[in-house]
Design a protein around this ligand. Structure first.
Ligand code: UDP
Length: 471
């Protein structure tokens, strides 16, 4: 196990008694899921749960939890970035500014309510998404201790921590295009281009956004990571060394919870029946997650790439997945060409799909949840990252874990077809599959009794319970 202040505590109690834990996820699918999974883990250990959430993109309420909307009536149009070139970092800063005041009122009321109901007992702590530094400042004012949940990988947080040094060295922002391929000696196997999170976000906004994420970790009583030691030990150690607070790598959260998640779109479960009829490891699953999108021309090229590969596929096309037009225009002839061996859905029950024996490959945008889910189900990947941490995740998939490869260059049908064949029919693809299965075994072990993540969960519970009024 990595050397960590978290690991030096006494053995954990079995349950959280009647203490209440407050949680505040970021209102996006890839952030709501892990936070609600964490809530589920804590609830199963006896904690009472309150979930604060932005009034927009509100999660479905869970029986037995208190759900508190924050900022009803706050204008939200510019808080939800649209498309793959959206200014995600700018939206994060605006969410903090706009919800901070409303959150202060909500948190104060929640603390009073808890004191009233539990005879003076205060909530044990507030677990915040690491992008909500503004809310952490509010919690500090009201004397509520915080833990931070980082929903991305450890490699990504370690890279964010190194961002200021790259700026000081004059490498960021890059001066010209020719620099982009430059390897970053302190962050192997990353290149400069993997640190450009969006082409539309100004450098200053990016710098502030990343500073706040790192600050939120350093100002917390502990950092919770949705990853596991055998996958990211080097980067977990960098975080431990850099943040100065205990670090709890307890992932994969979806495997240690009852699988709770709050789908903002309704999953089409008929695809599971369709998968039942396919041969083992024969189907390519294609999904860009909840925010990334493609142009109409890219959609057409993808369609023909899939069709020409002659392999079965399950393709998620969200209603807002195509930029500009607002509607999905699959090319004429595509449906006839792929009838019986292809299925298109608006939204899939992704974890079940990846865990299905018929799925043999995942074309992913490499959001962290998708990457982790693919690894934990032993499914090798075709990587096509779009923005934010996705380039870092894709790079690790290809260069560190070697369980997939990046589909580079322009999205073009021939290129796509070759990529699919490489994964399913090539020798290299077979090796990636074997390594993915090895990682799946490691992920399975880490959540068993005595495994690294299970041990960290006990220590986390112990930390939350460690003092009557604060941690
Ligand atoms: N997801 C899903 N059905 C889909 C596509 C995605 O349930 O059709 C889930 C997926 O399992 C993951 C989350 O949505 O848990 C997406 O998070 P990720 O970090 O991969 O990407 P993001 O949406 O944040 O870009």
């Amino acid at each position: 196990m990595v050397a960590n202040a978290a690991a030096e505590k006494a053995p954990a109690p079995a349950s959280g008694g009647t203490r209440r834990v407050l949680l505040f996820p970021l209102p996006f699918q890839g952030h709501l899921n892990p936070m609600l999974q964490l809530a589920d883990v804590l609830h199963a250990r006896g904690f009472h749960i309150t979930v604060f959430h932005a009034a927009f993109n509100a999660p479905d309420p869970v029986a037995g939890y208190r759900f508190v909307p924050v900022g009803a009536g706050v204008p939200a149009a510019d808080l939800v970035p649209t498309g793959s070139d959206g200014d995600f970092a700018g939206a994060l800063l605006r969410i903090n500014e706009r919800l901070q005041g409303a959150f202060q009122d909500c948190l104060r009321e929640e603390v009073l309510l808890e004191e009233e109901e539990e005879e003076g007992a205060r909530p044990a702590c507030l677990v915040l998404d690491s992008n909500l530094r503004g809310m952490q400042v509010v919690a500090g004012r009201l004397g509520v201790p915080t833990l931070v949940l980082r929903t991305g990988g450890a490699a990504c947080l370690a890279a964010y921590m190194a961002f200021p040094a790259l700026c000081d060295k004059g490498l960021l922002p890059p001066k010209d295009h020719s620099q982009l391929n430059m390897p970053l000696d302190d962050l192997p196997p990353l290149r400069l281009q993997d640190m450009i999170f969006s082409t539309t976000t100004p450098h200053e906004t990016m710098t502030t956004c990343l500073e706040r994420i790192v600050e939120s970790a350093k100002c917390s009583s502990g950092v919770i990571l949705n990853t596991f030691t055998d996958l990211e030990d080097v980067d977990i150690q960098k975080i431990i060394d850099g943040v100065g607070v205990p670090v709890y790598a307890i992932g994969p959260l979806y495997k240690i919870s009852s699988g709770a998640q709050s789908s903002l779109l309704s999953p089409d479960k008929t695809c599971l029946d369709w998968l039942d009829k396919q041969e083992a490891e024969s189907v390519l699953f294609v999904s860009l997650g909840s925010l990334a999108s493609m142009g109409q021309e890219e959609l057409v090229e993808t369609a023909w790439g899939l069709a020409n590969s002659r392999l079965p596929f399950l393709w998620v096309i969200r209603p807002d997945a195509v930029q500009g037009s607002g509607k999905v225009g699959l090319p004429d002839g595509f449906e006839e060409e792929t009838r019986g061996r292809g299925m298109v859905v608006n939204w899939a029950p992704q974890q079940d799909v990846l865990g299905h024996q018929a799925v043999g490959g995942f074309w992913t945008h490499n959001g962290w949840n998708s990457t982790l889910e693919s690894i934990c189900e032993g499914v090798p990947m075709i990587c096509r990252p779009h923005f934010a941490d996705q380039m870092i995740n894709a790079r690790y998939v290809e260069q560190v874990w070697k369980v997939g490869f990046e589909l580079e260059g322009k999205l073009e049908r021939g290129n796509i077809e070759r990529g699919i064949i490489k994964l399913f029919r090539g020798e290299e693809g077979g090796e990636m599959r074997r390594r993915a299965n090895d990682l799946k075994d490691k992920a399975t072990l880490c959540i068993k009794k005595g495994g690294s993540s299970q041990t960290m969960v006990d220590l986390l519970i112990n930390r939350i319970m460690s003092s009557p009024s604060s941690i």
